[in-house]
Design a protein around this ligand. Structure first.
Ligand code: PLP
Length: 478
């Protein structure tokens, strides 16, 4: 087959164009190969040599079928398989068919979310989704948001708003004049289990990582509210101003939720911005049984939601939700060609809420898949992953070799092994990875090296969990 003439390579939606696209989609689906396990056993060097051996852009093109097949055998066959039962390291979900096919529609229509004139219906979909989420949290009707590329980006955006808001309270437009001298005393409080993106945000915003003061967590891994009060008192005594407190709803390693309602009350007393990083446990809002764990979320000024974690969406899909949409005005930058301010009433340019300009229409896949699955089935999926980690904990407790480190409350389960040090755990985890047998998590819990299962796949069975535990035990014995 010869290479496609360039006139036939563009998307069109006439009969011929649709047929070409459908054919190509079929070839693409057929060409995706997967390794036998959660990843192939190729070493980093072998992978490097394999991938770099192809010419990125040869002079003459190659037929799409050939390129896709070659990609299938070199790239997909050597990729990690998030839907494999032994892919249990990270918050890395299997994805749902409605989202996957909508990814294609998103690319076909290629809306750009910065301005209404590039994404008229898409803008309304994103507004509808983010306002629905604000409603789900119990926020007032002023609640709304914007999609971002991930939890890190959402946290950076939330903390950027907090910084601008703190400046506005002392009459400073930080976007225009930069940080005022008082900024040297600004502090952001979060628990010692908060995600590193809080520090990253402070660093990028010119506040410096040292402006983030960590509050001790209790044995459960949740922020200790007494420690928050004593840290607050120390900061006030040192004449620092607490501009924001970040609560975590679902820590990365344990999935633990900070006492959100109590933190909200502290923020109100201090007139500090309350940001919640609900990247991990945000989807608990969908479950009548799990949602009470998020009590207090309605009182946040901003909340990070990561659809590409426990909402089972393909990357990228995240959102920052704010209680009062007018807060986005704190970062609005007008330009001559976008968001001029003289648009027809009702034309919203989402660039005014975002740190990006051109941006994908990720809301589409979220809405299509949620409408397809429905809340009841979604909740079942969520309960299933939590159940899998509870089952793993039970089995680990029965194992003479392994030690459960904490009782799981979410889809993660952390453990170590009797008589094994950090190096032994590292060897076991790396050997499983290199052999292509398991993508297992490894972390530290209270300074103690640990292994971690993160169950993101509601389709796996208790017998798969049993197998994973035996594989870890065997790897530790080698
Ligand atoms: C609690 C928490 N917040 C934020 C993030 C960052 O999310 P992303 O990887 O989507 O940037 C993570 C990542 O695991 C996380 O666990």
């Amino acid at each position: 087959m010869s290479a496609t003439p360039w006139r036939d390579i563009f998307v069109s939606l006439d009969e011929q164009g649709r047929a070409r696209l459908a054919d190509a989609a079929q070839v693409a689906v057929k060409s995706i190969q997967r390794p036998a396990g959660p990843r192939s056993a190729l070493s980093p060097t072998e992978l490097h040599d394999l991938i770099w051996a192809t010419d990125v852009c040869p002079d003459a093109g190659t037929p799409l079928t050939d390129v896709l097949n070659e990609f299938g055998t070199s790239v997909w066959a050597n990729s990690v398989v998030p839907f494999d039962p032994a892919c249990v390291a990270h918050l890395h979900p299997p994805t749902m068919i409605p989202s996957v096919v909508t990814e294609m529609s998103i690319a076909v229509m290629n809306q750009s979310m910065d301005s209404w004139d590039q994404a008229p219906a898409a803008t309304e979909v994103e507004l509808h989704l983010t306002s629905w989420l604000a409603g789900l949290m119990g926020m007032p009707s002023t609640g709304s948001g914007v999609m971002t590329s991930g939890g890190t980006a959402s946290n950076v955006l939330g903390i950027t708003l907090a910084r601008s808001w703190a400046a506005s309270l002392i009459g400073v437009d930080v976007l225009k004049t930069g940080l005022p001298p008082q900024a040297a005393t600004w502090r952001i409080l979060c628990s010692d289990q908060a995600h590193f993106s809080v520090q990253r945000a402070a660093a990028q915003l010119g506040l410096g990582r040292d402006s983030v003061v960590t509050v001790a967590s209790s044995a459960s891994g949740a922020m200790d509210i007494n420690a928050l009060d004593s840290t607050t008192a120390e900061q006030i005594k040192a004449k620092n101003t607490i501009i924001a407190i970040v609560g975590t709803a679902g820590t990365t390693d344990l999935g633990v939720i900070d006492p959100l309602d109590a933190i909200a009350s502290r923020c109100e007393q201090l007139n500090a911005w309350f940001h919640i990083d609900a990247a991990v446990a945000g989807s608990y809002l969908m479950s009548p049984q799990l949602a009470p764990m998020l009590h207090g979320i309605a009182r946040a000024d901003s909340v990070t939601i990561d659809f590409h974690k426990l909402w089972f969406q393909p990357f990228n899909a995240s959102a920052l939700i704010v209680k009062d949409v007018e807060r986005f005005d704190l970062l609005r930058v007008k330009s001559k060609y976008l968001d001029r301010g003289d648009e027809v009433p009702g034309m919203i340019n989402l660039v005014g809420r975002s740190l990006d300009t051109s941006r994908r229409f990720d809301a589409a896949k979220v809405v299509v898949s949620l409408r397809t699955i429905g809340r009841t089935a979604f909740t079942e999926m969520l309960h299933r992953v939590v159940e899998l980690s509870a089952y793993a904990a039970e089995q680990i407790e029965k194992s003479p070799m392994l030690t459960l480190l904490t009782q799981p409350t979410g889809p993660m389960c952390v453990f170590d092994a009797v008589g094994c040090d950090a190096d032994d755990l590292r060897h076991a985890q790396q050997n499983l990875l290199m052999a292509g047998d398991m993508v297992l998590g490894r972390t530290e819990i209270n300074g103690r090296a640990a292994l971690k299962f993160t169950f993101m796949n509601p389709l796996i069975n208790f017998s798969d969990v049993d197998k994973l535990i035996s594989m870890v035990e065997n790897a530790l014995q080698k």
